[in-house]
Design a protein around this ligand. Structure first.
Ligand SMILES: Nc1ncnc2c1ncn2[C@@H]1O[C@H](COP(=O)(O)OP(=O)(O)OP(=O)(O)O)[C@@H](O)[C@H]1O
Ligand SMILES: [Mg+2]
Length: 627
């Protein structure tokens, strides 16, 4: 049996281990069900030979002959002598037997189902935790829909195996074993005769199992593809509508669905073939059996009761055998489906708390970038090259540069969203790779380019990651971020649920909630990546003012395209193609007349140029169109 289990299946079954007590209890109950089935088969003989044969007189009800001793087990021995009618004995036994069997079956199946369901819950929790703790680039390489599908659908398929089919497996194998024993007791020669045909069935079932495993794996991948399309088009629904891509997207969906049908049918065919294949066995056995039995009965080697009991046991042993074939195939399917689940489980987590990692002491002096070089996932293209600068505590460091210059990448290295390729980032002289990620991130608050809000209330979004915050502080943070007023105008104020990713809010509103969140976190290091880009000039001015209050005593990294917002920075780094082209204060850089000065002039000129362009007849594009 053990060799039938692949390492993967063993691993899956390993999740059942913590529940071994319940499992054992369930197995014992199901073993009883098996025994009861065997008993029922044995009762066929007295039913035919005694109860249905009026000529037989007396109260002895022989059940079966104990092998090798020649002694019979009599049913009436279990009853007080006052009950001696064959029919009464028979009837009482049947009622007790069936009642006990029903109770045991109910209890056993419930227990084993519980074990399977609980094991699946553990598995799912584990996969989710593992996925959640993956470093950022995992999420950039694994589409959301796929991950969803693995945690939901693939685990569900494994659940079927662990709960439904595990219960089935135990029940059916006990029944099978007991009934085979009954068959042996009734007539061992006949039993061995029928057993010879067994390999004819087992071999193809095994073959089919392998096919099922691989094709189920494929069809689970398709399911992942489907959820991916669904996820993207539901969350990106506005873009789909705006570009009129409904037809295109549903075409794409239909195409994957079509392929999924094809892959599904591949395993369904193998799966469904199992049962008819096993039925062929029955077709072969029964005529031979009849022929032999007729001969035996003629020679008084066997009674009709024996034959019927044997037939009853055989047909009843055959059902669980058939079912076990089915269950085996289901296990193969579960194995195929769990491939991806285990692939996720085998990934290494981002190590938030190394067991003996040092904690980063509260930030006090400076952050130093020392010849930091970085490229994304093994790619040769350097995104950052030899970045060196020092940010003293309390300073505002502005990072400017064209789109794609590497500004976001640079600040993402500070909380270790990515690890530097070479060079070192030091906080107060400590290499950030030598402290726990958690202690590092605790000291950093970020407002990012895309503000991720959760499908939850405004309140909980502002307090994200913090507990027991007094009401006044939350409101104060919201006020500072200029968010309080619009929040109060929402239908339920701070308790308004803002929709997935905050889609019920405007871009600027989302941004202000993210700012409030950062304000509330009150960390010594603040990273603002285009934090005010979605605000109108007036609000931006106010939020800037609020942020400058916030920056007091903090070390702040500001990324801004609008240079107006960073004039007062202590240091401006001009990033060109991943390296620092120049650095200094606003005044110094203007004086140098380098890239920054050019950028500045350009922006200043832009403001002048753009104003008259608003008038339609002076729009250069318009006049060109007319020409
Ligand atoms: N996850 C990623 N994997 C691979 N390459 C990336 C990834 N993120 C960014 N890049 C590349 O790294 C370079 C720098 O990107 P980055 O986001 O740092 O630019 P940026 O200066 O912040 O630009 P923007 O002003 O548009 O936000 C770009 O060429 C981009 O294509
Ligand atoms: Mg950026």
């Amino acid at each position: 049996m053990a060799s039938l289990l692949s390492p993967q299946l063993k691993r899956l079954l390993g999740y059942v281990r913590p529940y071994s007590v319940r499992l054992t209890a369930g197995v014992i109950l199901l073993a009883f069900v098996g025994l009861a089935e065997g008993m029922t088969a044995l009762m066929v003989k007295p039913a035919v030979d005694q109860v249905l044969t009026p000529a037989v007189y007396g109260s002895s009800v022989p059940l079966f002959k104990i092998p090798w001793t020649g002694n019979y087990v009599y049913l009436n021995k279990f009853f007080p002598p006052s009950i001696h009618n064959v029919w009464t004995i028979f009837a009482i036994t049947i009622v007790i037997l069936f009642t006990a069997r029903a109770i045991a079956e109910y209890g056993g199946l419930t227990l084993i189902q519980y074990v399977g369901q609980a094991a699946t819950r553990d598995l799912r929790n584990k996969v989710y935790e593992r996925v959640l703790r993956q470093p950022i680039d995992f999420f950039q390489h694994n589409p959301t829909g796929r991950i969803l599908s693995t945690v939901i659908n693939d685990v569900e398929k494994a659940r079927l195996a662990l709960s439904d089919y595990l219960a089935d497996l135990f029940q059916k194998s006990f029944t099978f074993v007991v009934l085979v024993a009954v068959m042996l007791v009734i007539n061992w020669k006949l039993t061995l005769g029928t057993a010879l045909l067994l390999p004819l069935v087992v071999y193809p079932v095994g073959k089919l199992g392998k096919k099922i495993r691989t094709s189920v794996e494929k069809s689970q991948t398709r399911l992942g593809d489907l959820s991916q399309i669904l996820e993207e088009t539901v969350s990106g629904n506005r873009v789909v509508k705006a570009f009129g891509m409904e037809e295109f997207e549903s075409q794409k969906f239909r195409e994957v669905a079509r392929r999924m049908l094809r892959d599904n049918m591949r395993w369904v065919r193998a799966f469904v073939l199992t049962s008819p294949l096993m039925d062929l066995l029955g077709g072969l056995v029964i005529p031979l059996l009849l022929l032999y039995a007729r001969n035996q009965i003629q020679h008084h080697q066997m009674t009709s009761g024996d034959f019927f009991a044997f037939l009853f046991a055989m047909l009843n042993a055959y059902m669980p055998l058939k079912r076990m074939g089915y269950v085996y195939q289901q296990f193969q399917a579960a194995q195929g489906a769990s491939t991806q689940v285990f692939a996720y489980l085998d990934r290494v987590e981002e190590r938030l708390d190394e067991p003996n990692g040092n904690l980063l002491a509260p930030f006090s002096r400076e952050i130093v970038f020392d010849e930091v070089t970085f490229a994304y996932d093994g790619g040769s293209a350097q995104v950052l090259e030899k970045i060196s600068f020092t940010a003293n505590s309390g300073e505002v460091i502005a990072v400017v540069g064209t789109s794609g210059a590497g500004k976001t990448t640079l600040v993402n290295l500070i909380p270790r969203f990515y690890e530097v390729r070479s060079g070192v980032i030091r906080i107060d002289g400590v290499d950030i790779r030598n402290v726990t990620i958690r202690s590092l991130r605790e000291q950093i608050a970020m407002v990012t380019q895309e503000n991720i809000l959760f499908h939850d209330t405004v309140w909980n979004n502002i307090c994200y990651g913090l507990t027991n915050i007094p009401r006044e502080r939350v409101i104060q943070a919201a006020q500072t971020a200029l968010a309080h007023d619009f929040i109060q105008e929402l239908p339920q104020g701070y308790d308004t649920v803002i929709g997935e990713r905050g889609t019920r809010l405007s871009g600027g509103q989302r941004q202000r909630i993210a700012i409030a969140r950062a304000i509330l976190k009150d960390s010594p290091i603040l990273i603002l990546d285009e934090a005010t880009s979605e605000l109108d000039s007036e609000s931006e001015m106010y939020v800037q003012k609020a942020l400058s209050n916030l920056m007091v005593g903090r070390t702040t990294f500001v990324i801004a395209h609008r240079l107006g917002t960073i004039r007062k920075a202590d240091k401006i780094l001009v990033l060109v193609d991943g390296s620092i082209r120049e650095s200094g204060t606003h005044a110094e850089l203007l004086e140098r007349g380098g890239s920054y000065a050019r950028l500045h002039d350009l922006q200043f000129a832009e403001e002048v140029v753009l104003a008259p362009a608003a008038a339609p007849n002076q729009n250069p594009l318009n006049s060109r169109n007319k020409a």
